[in-house]
Write a protein that binds this ligand. Structure first.
Ligand SMILES: C[S@@+](CC[C@H](N)C(=O)[O-])C[C@H]1O[C@@H](n2cnc3c(N)ncnc32)[C@H](O)[C@@H]1O
Length: 289
């Protein structure tokens, strides 16, 4: 089924405001693939239309070809389009078994190293709006604000990156709707959230050790030194096999020997890089070379 017919066959009550042809779909899918590695097959035509129609309106344009011509030369609008087309679904303590694994398996050794003046680095790659790195911080500190404050004085850093500027801005703000913070265990929520107006603000000590940065996983990485653990969850599902294999090989290069990689529940290590990781738990891998 073509993109246009896929759209019209599921057309809701309202007529489409802009025509959206199969070739418009292909041009947008090619652009987002080149920019981010994300695959948007024809089955996603409705999603593309819904998310970009808003951009057409914001730009005062009346057709997809006109919008495509615009993003060809307008890098800022292209960034808006990429931002609009990313799927940023996340939640506090999502796939909680990973946080339990950090707490029970990695943290005792890390805590000893930090207490002895050593260094620990963790990377939350594709962190979306920040729930993942903040869940990690809460896991490490438990319900103890002083433990989080101590971490901020030690050689501990948590790098949290995402392609999308809008989600990184939310992550940096440390403010979430009460609907979002409800996913935290109640005791954690009581310890770490303070109601400010309509929102819950996370305690500043959770935010202090985290560096939030915009970073495209497909481009160069400025980090020189390796990480003890990398979280890269629920983004590789949007990539094709060669992109996954290249990315995982780079993660292996970026981990210390014996470092830990966490991936999403629907993700796998492709055969091309299988010799670089050893499975040590549910979607948990150790770098072996
Ligand atoms: C579904 S969210 C996953 C968030 C979190 N890791 C989790 O598991 O809850 C996927 C994130 O990947 C980001 N993303 C997509 N392509 C990316 C790329 N090439 N580089 C960096 N981030 C990317 C999106 O912006 C989105 O925020």
């Amino acid at each position: 089924m073509s993109a246009a017919s896929a759209l019209s066959s599921r057309r809701p009550e309202r007529a489409m405001e802009f025509a959206f042809s199969a070739s418009d779909h292909r041009a947008i899918a090619d652009m987002i693939y080149a920019e981010s590695g994300i695959l948007l097959p024809e089955s996603k035509a409705k999603l593309i239309y819904g998310r970009l129609a808003r951009r057409l309106r914001a730009c005062g344009l009346s057709s997809f070809p006109a919008y495509l011509a615009r993003i060809e030369h307008d890098a800022a609008e292209r960034a808006h389009a990429v931002d609009a087309l990313t799927t940023n679904h996340t939640s506090f303590f999502r796939e909680n078994h990973h946080f339990e694994h950090v707490r029970d398996t990695l943290w005792p050794g890390f805590a000893r190293r930090l207490a002895g003046g050593g260094r620990v680095r963790i990377w939350s790659a594709a962190c979306s709006s920040g729930e993942e790195p903040y869940s990690l911080m809460m896991t490490l500190a438990g319900q103890d604000v002083r433990a989080a404050q101590t971490l901020a004085t030690q050689d501990f850093r948590l790098l949290a990156t995402d392609l999308s500027p809008s989600v990184i801005a939310t992550a940096r703000s440390g403010r979430y709707s009460p609907d979002t913070t409800r996913a935290m265990p109640a005791a954690m929520r009581r310890t770490w959230c303070r109601r400010v107006g309509e929102q819950d603000e996370l305690h500043p000590s959770l935010r202090a050790p985290i560096a939030f940065r915009e970073l495209n996983l497909l481009r160069g990485w400025p980090m020189k030194r390796p990480f003890d653990a990398i979280f890269c969850r629920n983004v590789m599902i949007y990539f094709d096999e060669p992109t996954k294999a290249r990315l995982l090989s780079r993660f292996a290069d970026q981990l210390v020997e014996g470092g830990t990689l966490y991936i999403g529940h629907a993700e796998r290590i492709p055969p091309e890089v299988a010799d670089r990781f050893r499975c040590t738990g549910r979607t948990v891998f150790e770098k072996v070379r």
